[in-house]
Design a protein around this ligand. Structure first.
Ligand SMILES: [Zn+2]
Ligand SMILES: [Zn+2]
Length: 135
């Protein structure tokens, strides 16, 4: 498969929302920030990022919530699965997708932990990746 034809599909738990990422994701990171913890109910999250034009919803639609000023998180309005993050100010033209919602989450290859100042005390990690206090 050539890079140009590579794509990765994913979706929510109930199947109402499906999406495709065109091309190779630009980056992937583990985020420990409080906002991601609250938004997903998970101790930390793993994102993959693509240019906005490479993200396409192929079934249903995202429900968007502005969870903090300028930050829009997308989820399935039926089952509640968290799916996306977009912020035009900090991340112009980019969409981040929660890697575990990919059909094949293994394609993500996270390179860094961010916002580790919020890492929960009962999460112990020893994967050797760089750790940043913020982004
Ligand atoms: Zn759903
Ligand atoms: Zn976060």
């Amino acid at each position: 498969m050539t890079e140009a034809s590579e794509s990765h599909q994913g979706g929510c738990l109930c199947g109402a929302v499906r999406y495709v990422l065109h091309g190779v994701p630009d980056w992937s990171s583990h985020c420990h920030c409080r906002s991601c913890q609250k938004a997903t109910g998970a101790a930390f999250t793993t994102w993959v990022g693509v240019k906005a034009e490479n993200f396409e919803v192929t079934r249903g639609q995202l429900t968007i919530c502005e969870t903090s000023p300028g930050v829009e998180r997308g989820f399935c309005g039926r089952c509640g699965t968290s799916l996306t993050h977009a912020a035009e100010e900090g991340w112009p033209g980019k969409v981040s997708v929660l890697a575990p919602t990919l059909d094949d989450p293994g394609v993500a290859s996270p390179s860094v932990h961010v916002y580790v100042e919020h890492q929960l005390p009962w999460i112990k990690l020893d994967d050797g990746l760089p750790r940043r206090r913020q982004f």
